[in-house]
Design a protein around this ligand. Structure first.
Ligand SMILES: [Zn+2]
Ligand SMILES: [Zn+2]
Length: 136
């Protein structure tokens, strides 16, 4: 699959694989421009859309300006910082029984395809910042 990608698409994918903070399109653009200075933001958007269509990446917050892109396509959970918006992969498996999930899905009338657990709070950077602010 990957060998059919052009150099721009490969560069975008590399940026996503190296960045575990789920960058926005703008952040991907800023990063990829270092390797490919002539790439445009519109091209980056188009590549991200194509990679998502080919299921090579995942998109969180689809269709919004603040959508974030994830090179990790297997099922995993996320923790979201309510202060800076950082989206982090949860490195441990959060286990929920299939029966519980089915019950929750049925209650909403949704035929369950996949699921995700999301944890909200303040990330380490933001915790450190507020600690510093308290000291000064
Ligand atoms: Zn944060
Ligand atoms: Zn992720």
């Amino acid at each position: 699959m990957e060998d059919i990608l052009n150099a721009n698409a490969r560069a975008v994918l590399e940026v996503l694989r190296a960045n575990t903070r789920h960058p926005t399109a703008q952040e991907v653009y800023d990063e990829v421009r270092r390797a490919r200075p002539h790439i445009g933001l519109a091209t980056v958007y188009r590549i991200l859309r194509q990679l998502a269509e080919q299921k090579m990446i995942k998109v969180w917050g689809y269709g919004s300006e603040s959508a974030r892109y994830d090179a990790c396509t297997h099922r995993h959970d996320h923790a979201c910082c309510t202060e800076c918006g950082a989206l982090l992969d949860v490195p441990v498996e959060v286990v929920l029984s299939h029966a519980e999930l089915e019950k929750a899905a049925r209650a909403t009338g949704i035929e369950m395809g996949s699921h995700e657990v999301r944890i909200y709070g303040r990330c380490q950077d933001c915790q450190a910042k507020s600690k510093k602010a308290r000291l000064t």
